[in-house]
Every structure is written in C-alpha cells, then in structure tokens.
Design a protein around this ligand. Structure first.
Ligand SMILES: [Zn+2]
Length: 423
C-alpha cells in the first residue's frame, strides 16, 4: 500500500492503492477526466467537479473533504476543541469570536469549495438528524427533524411485506433512541406519535418497543445462526399473499434459502427524468411496431439499433431485393409483397425494452404479437414463445394504462403506449 498524489490544477488528491502505480494513476485520471453528458441534444465534457451519481464521486468527495480539513486545521490560528464530519457537513467546537476566522480559512482553501456557517442559538444547534445542546460542560443530543419535515414513513396500510414495515418501525425506534441522550425527552412518545400517524397498530408498537430493549440478545443469536451452513441469498418481487405462499413452500424445501422481497414500484420511477431521452432509433434490444397503410401493424424485436433494423425492413420491401431475400422474408415483407401495401417506417414505435436477456426479449415480442393478434400481420407461429399459462393471463391483461382488451385497445397498445418517432 502506498500513497499516490495526483496534482490537477489546484487540487491534490490522495489515494491509497495496492496495484501497479502507473496503471492505477492512469485509470484514475481516465475516470476523472472523461465525464461526458448530453443536455438538449448536445454533448458536453464536464471540466470541473465530479459527475453526480458517478460511482467514484462520493469517494473523491470524501478524500477531498479529509484533505481540506487536515490542511486547514494545521494552519488555523485558533484552537479547535472538537470536530466531526459527515460527508460535507462539519460540526465544530471553537472559541467564541473565532467563527469568521475559521470560515475564512476553510473558504480560502479552494475557490470552488465554499462553506456556509450556522452558529448555535440558545445553547443548541441542529446537526444532521440530531439537535445538540449544552448541558453545563457536557453536550446532549436528541433526535431532530426539521420543522418542515412531514411525519411520513412507510405506511402500515402499504402493500409491502409485513417484515419491511416492521423493519421500518424498528429502524425508527433504534434511531430515535440512539440519537437521544437527554433523559428529559420522552423518546417513547416521539416514536409512538410518528408510528400512529403512519397507521401502525398500538399493540404492534408496544411489542416492538419491548422487543427493542432485548435487541442485544436477539442480535447475538442471529450472528451464530448465520455461520451455519451455506446460505443462499435471492430476491423475489413481492406480490401480496402470492409471494408469502411461495416463500412458505420454498422455506420448507430449501431451509438455507434467504429470500428478500423487492418491489418494482420504486420512488425513482416517480421522479422526473432530467436526462435527455435517447433517440429511439439509436436504441437497441427492443420490441417495435411498424404500421401499414391498411391499419395493421408488424411487430418485431431487434438486438441491433432500431434504425439499422428499420433499414433492413425498408430494403426488404424494395421490389429489386424481394427475389433475393424471399427465402427468409419476414411477415412484413410477405404482407407488403402479397397485398402491395406500403409500411410507414417513419412511424415505427417502441413497445418494450429488455437489455441483456434474449429469452425475455423473445417473450416480450411474442406477448406483443399475441396482444395485437387481430391487428398485426405477423405469422401465427410468432406467438409460440408465449405458453398457454400466459395466454390465459394475457386475455385479461391491461398493458400499462391502456383500457381492457378489445379491438380499440389493440390500437392503444400498439400506438398509445409507444413513443412514436416524429410525434
Ligand atoms: Zn397492409
């Protein structure tokens, strides 16, 4: 293990590594200097700072903060009595009257690393999830939430597995209790109010509170258990009741299986996507539809870029090429040739996407062919990938938000939920 210094303009980054120095330096520099992003169709190179969401960003941010603190503290003309840090939030205890000096020292370290300061009021100050207050020469803390914070957490009425709801409640109990050191604050009351607001039954809250006091022994038991045998960890999408039953059966058959529930309904799906959308024509691994002038559609899948695949379709219906490719022609070519119809290639739509799983992509194609079977030009055998188990379900399926299946809904399934190019 050695320490590497990378000098970049005014910034010094210290990194501890245990591989070949030159190679490592090259890799890090490459990662730091090649951030690109697309905004309103234009590609930009990021010349300063770290990319948001980049895997390296938090590590570098942490290193930079550590370096900033150690450098500033060495040169500071006043004594710092105590300091703690969480990412870029610092908590400092310094002599009264030296706030400006300390702030100037930190802000003088680098033009682009600038701090703001908040000073204690009435002997206390909020820091992260705590409120720190003086008690003589001691400091006391209590769990703190901003006045604007809602008391919302995972609701007991939510369609989540019971374990997750209990886990959320235990998390709250532990946090509030651990963060509160002052005996004057009624921790149990805080926990109770918040859990009741979120629909947790009083009996459960009481039980969890009681259980929390015995957590230490429970934790020790778990540690011993986990060393026994080879545990298998898998995750499974949670569907109320169904997943619980599957879980019970699997537990019996495979005792060392540890299943975690996952949800497809995630918060990030609710956020606006600020990233520029990729032109669907440049996208690959998807199921697409191409409408014909007669109102029917061709449904296909491709692993190549959609633009290339559409190009192949265009060429396949060119009268000059038909003779050559006739042997392996698609349903689109056959339809166009037999009925002398023209396909509207510019109105190609994306029906589904699936990366890195050929089987799933094939299934999605079959499913969309099945769902549009009264409207498409595809061959009957194209739906063979859908087992009869699914066809029963698909007869009732509501694809995303489209209305139940009838002739009109096929249209909405094909064009309504597909981002058509040219719209
Ligand atoms: Zn047609």
């Amino acid at each position: 293990m050695r320490i590497l210094r990378i000098f970049d303009k005014n910034t010094i980054i210290l990194i501890i590594w245990s591989v070949n120095q030159e190679l490592f330096e090259e890799i890090v520099k490459f990662c730091l200097e090649t951030s690109y992003f697309v905004y309103r169709g234009q590609t930009f190179s990021q010349i300063d700072g770290m990319p948001m969401g980049g895997p390296l960003s938090p590590i570098i941010a942490d290193l930079i903060m550590d370096h900033t603190i150690s450098t500033v503290l060495q040169e500071l003309p006043v004594e710092v009595i105590g300091m703690t840090k969480y990412v870029d939030d610092l908590f400092c205890m310094i002599p009264a009257g030296s706030v400006d000096t300390v702030l100037q020292a930190f802000n003088g370290f680098h033009d682009r690393i600038q701090f703001t300061v908040e000073v204690e009021r009435d002997g206390g100050i909020p820091y992260l999830d705590t409120y720190i207050s003086r008690n003589g020469r001691n400091l006391e803390s209590r769990w703190y939430k901003k006045p604007s914070a809602s008391d919302r957490m995972l609701s007991f009425y939510s369609k989540h597995p019971l374990q997750q709801k209990i886990g959320a409640a235990i998390g709250l109990i532990k946090r509030v209790k651990q963060l509160t050191t002052t005996p004057e604050v009624d921790v149990r009351q805080i926990v109770n109010t918040k859990l009741r607001i979120n629909g947790f039954p009083q009996g459960l809250i009481n039980g969890l509170w009681h259980k929390y006091t015995q957590t230490r022994t429970a934790d020790q038991g778990n540690t011993q258990q986990s060393t026994e045998g080879d545990l298998i960890y898998r995750s499974i999408t949670y569907v109320p009741r169904l997943t619980d039953q599957i879980m019970r059966i699997l537990k019996k058959e495979i005792p060392n299986l540890h299943l975690a529930y996952k949800s497809t309904n995630q918060v990030r799906n609710l956020h606006t996507n600020m990233k520029d959308k990729i032109d669907p024509l440049l996208d690959s691994e998807l199921v697409y539809s191409i409408p014909c002038e007669c109102g029917r559609v061709y449904v296909g899948k491709t692993k190549q870029r959609l633009r290339d695949r559409v190009g192949q379709h265009r060429r396949s219906v060119n009268p000059k090429n038909i003779v050559i490719i006739k042997k392996e022609e698609t349903a689109l070519t056959t339809h166009s040739r037999e009925h002398k119809h023209e396909f509207q290639f510019e109105d190609v739509g994306v029906l589904d996407r699936c990366t890195g799983n050929d089987g799933k992509l094939k299934f999605l194609e079959s499913m969309h062919i099945y769902l549009t079977k009264h409207k498409n030009v595809n061959k009957h055998q194209d739906t063979e990938g859908v087992s009869t188990i699914y066809t029963t379900l698909l007869q009732r399926v509501k694809i995303r938000d489209s209305p139940p299946r009838d002739d009109e809904s096929f249209k909405s399934c094909v064009s309504g939920n597909a981002p058509l190019i040219g719209e």
